[in-house]
Design a protein around this ligand. Structure first.
Ligand code: HEC
Length: 133
């Protein structure tokens, strides 16, 4: 009896884990990171400008940013050349990783530099790969 319930719990845990691992879509990533005044990108923009940055808050934001950004190259673009998209998406994910690494080191200059690169990358990718609505 005990053995069975352990197996059931294990099975449920595995199922939960595998559904958590599902790669979020481009739309989900974009929405979660960039949509609205309280989006992580907006919060980071303000937080990184501070003369005394709140690193604990920033580190949470950059970790989440990097995790979600890592899903971008795992998706295919809804529009445009896939190889070109994957190049841009990989650069985006790597800039996000650099941003998080700088934040974890509390290096404001590097964090700002990575953040600027991310901000400069939106339009290029959108022009080529974001469907018009
Ligand atoms: C590597 C490519 C790429 C980069 C870099 C990128 N985006 Fe996007 N973004 C897309 C694509 C593709 C869509 C359209 C997704 C869809 O509709 O399926 C999109 C959609 C969006 C949306 C709409 C989300 C929604 O809810 O429909 C917003 C907002 C957005 N991007 C903001 C940004 C901002 C801000 C940046 C830069 C900080 C950025 N994006 C960088 C590819 C990119």
């Amino acid at each position: 009896m005990f053995g069975t319930s352990v197996l059931v719990v294990l099975g449920a845990t595995l199922l939960a884990a595998s559904s958590d691992d599902k790669t979020p879509s481009i739309e989900e990533v974009m929405h979660k990171l960039h949509q609205g005044k309280n989006a992580p990108i907006a919060k980071l923009k303000t937080a990184l400008k501070s003369a005394s940055p709140d690193w604990t808050a920033i580190q949470k934001l950059t970790k989440n940013y990097a995790t979600l950004a890592a899903a971008m190259p795992k998706n295919d673009a809804p529009k445009g050349d896939q190889a070109a998209y994957h190049k841009l998406a990989t650069a985006f994910a790597s800039n996000a990783k650099a941003l998080d690494a700088a934040a974890q080191e509390e290096n404001q200059a590097s964090a700002k530099a990575a953040f600027t690169k991310i901000g400069a990358s939106c339009k290029t990718c959108h022009n080529a790969h974001r469907p018009e609505d």
